[in-house]
Design a protein around this ligand. Structure first.
Ligand code: FRU
Length: 501
């Protein structure tokens, strides 16, 4: 039986490598895109192709999180639903598995389940003096034309005080892009004499027939983080007016990758301040262009989640993806995106995050248990024999002081992945998140996703913790302990999770 399992997994793996190598030859090849001339893209494509076999063969490379086929990636950029596809772009360094000069990589999906890698979408126009294409957004302009906005770093220019914002347009399915002749669409002069340091990461939103853009940075050389706001002055979105500071982020050094959007009847701001990603929920005064938050919190407590970007999908829901970072270097790849998380607000204005429902389609055959009573001790549950899986558990803490889940790798002695909860705080591998439960009904709902080297934990729809881990072998087990008292595992399910490619 074991031999059969091994052979099947190996076969799957080889098919995947073949598939990706073919993809690399056919789809990434500049000739196939009629782009033979530009040296930036020819060299980048060749570097990607060379790195793909190693990256794909690495047993730590995630299979159900969006990744680049190879090399370094960071922030998700420009998520947009357009012509029946969900598009995601991402920061990509095609020449290395360490951070360097940035391009925009590209993937798309019809259903948020299966994804298709696409050619590099944007690269530095070296002939126009560009050196690096940093983070940004996509939108449709007033003429219905798709546009990408991003931070452009010029050759020999410092991102600290010389960045500008550029735009590009697309006439097809966002595969080929033309830089706007109006670049930089937001030159430093747009700020009317206000010095904005680390000025970057444009994000566009629309409100009451108006189009606004926010970009992060700080107003003092070493602090005063500010989300700056601009209003579009033409339908083509090439002329902008500075409306000042939407919001100063208290105590933060800077405000990278701001996202500002309406959720139900509230306004939500995300910022990445070189630390845990913060959210604020409150009111937007459109007349003064100022934001007045009422509540705030963190998107993820695991220290491996950064620079998230959001997409509004056709039914109005808003999804977010973050950059999962902290992988060991030297494997031909580095970085992935988080799972898509669906956002909502609780009645008291706290951000709620759930894995997008479409992810359920990636589940294989379940194993499940019901109503397992635990008293001052534990039970062990055999999980699907894979290191790409989801565990969903509902635990009634009842009289137990705390509860601990230990994910153990059955085939070696590596230390277990522990998730514990004491009624007030959730801990995942030492990272801590405040989490309160109703004292009458002490219920903990957990969704745990393990994708080789990525662990994403969702607790009670509110708290998320993302961690990079050493990949397990394929015989994981789950031990659940109740300490000092009794608890009931009301429901426990686990599924192997299939690849998104
Ligand atoms: C966030 C960030 C952005 C910047 C990009 C460069 O991780 O620093 O502010 O645009 O990465 O890759």
């Amino acid at each position: 039986m074991l031999a059969v399992v091994r052979r099947t997994r190996h076969d799957d793996f080889m098919i995947r490598i073949r598939h990706l190598t073919l993809f690399a030859l056919l789809v990434l090849s500049p000739g196939a895109r009629g782009q033979t001339a530009n040296p930036a893209i020819v060299q980048a494509t060749a570097a990607m192709q060379a790195a793909i076999p190693r990256a794909q063969a690495d047993p730590a490379h995630p299979i159900f999180h969006v990744t680049s086929p190879a090399q370094w990636m960071n922030d998700p950029n420009g998520p947009i639903f357009y012509h029946g596809y969900y598009h995601l772009f991402y920061q990509l360094t095609p020449f290395s598995d360490q951070s360097g000069i940035k391009y925009w990589g590209h993937v798309r999906s019809r259903d948020l389940v299966k994804w298709e890698p696409l050619p590099i979408a944007l690269w530095p126009s070296t002939e126009l003096g560009e050196e690096s294409i940093w983070s940004g957004c996509c939108t449709l302009n007033g003429d219905g034309k798709p546009m990408a906005f991003y931070t452009s770093i010029g050759q020999g220019k410092s991102p600290f005080d010389q960045a500008v914002q550029w735009a590009a347009t697309s006439d097809d399915d966002l595969i080929t892009w033309q830089k706007s002749p109006a670049n930089p669409v937001l030159p430093a002069a747009v700020n009317n004499g206000t010095n904005i340091y680390d000025w970057r990461d444009p994000f566009i939103f629309h409100d009451r027939q108006k189009t606004f853009l926010v970009a992060g940075g700080h107003l003092a050389q070493n602090g005063d983080a500010a989300v700056n706001i601009y209003e579009a002055e033409n339908a083509g979105l090439t002329q902008w007016k500075y409306r000042g500071v939407l919001f100063h982020i208290p105590g933060a050094p800077t405000a990278e990758c701001p996202n500002f959007f309406k959720l139900a009847d509230q306004w939500v701001l995300f910022v990445s301040p070189y630390g845990k990603v913060q959210y604020f929920v409150g009111d937007f005064d459109e007349a003064t262009c100022r934001f007045h938050p009422r509540t705030q919190g963190f998107l993820d407590y695991g220290s491996s989640f950064y620079a998230p970007n959001t997409m509004q999908v056709p039914d109005g829901r808003r999804l977010v993806w973050g950059w999962v970072n902290g992988f060991p270097g030297g494997h031909g790849w580095n970085g992935c995106l988080s799972l898509p998380r669906q956002l909502s607000l609780s009645r008291d204005g706290q951000l709620q995050q759930l894995p997008a429902a479409q992810l359920n389609k990636l589940r294989g055959a379940p194993v499940q248990w019901r109503n397992v009573h635990l008293e001052n001790g534990g039970e062990t549950f055999a999980l699907p024999k894979t290191n790409t899986l989801e565990i969903s558990a509902q635990i009634d803490l009842s009289t137990a002081k705390d509860i601990e889940l230990q994910l153990q790798d059955g085939t070696n002695d590596s230390s277990p992945v522990t998730v514990s909860f004491d009624g007030q705080e959730l801990q995942v591998l030492g990272a801590k998140a405040p989490l309160s439960v109703d004292p009458q009904a002490r219920i903990l709902n957990l969704r745990i996703f393990m994708d080789r080297s990525v662990l994403e934990v969702f607790a009670n729809g509110t708290v998320c913790l993302t961690k990079v881990i050493s990949p397990f072998n394929s015989h994981p087990a789950l031990k659940i302990h109740a300490q000092t008292g009794a608890a009931t595992v009301k429901r426990l399910e686990a599924w192997p999770i299939k690849t998104i490619w």
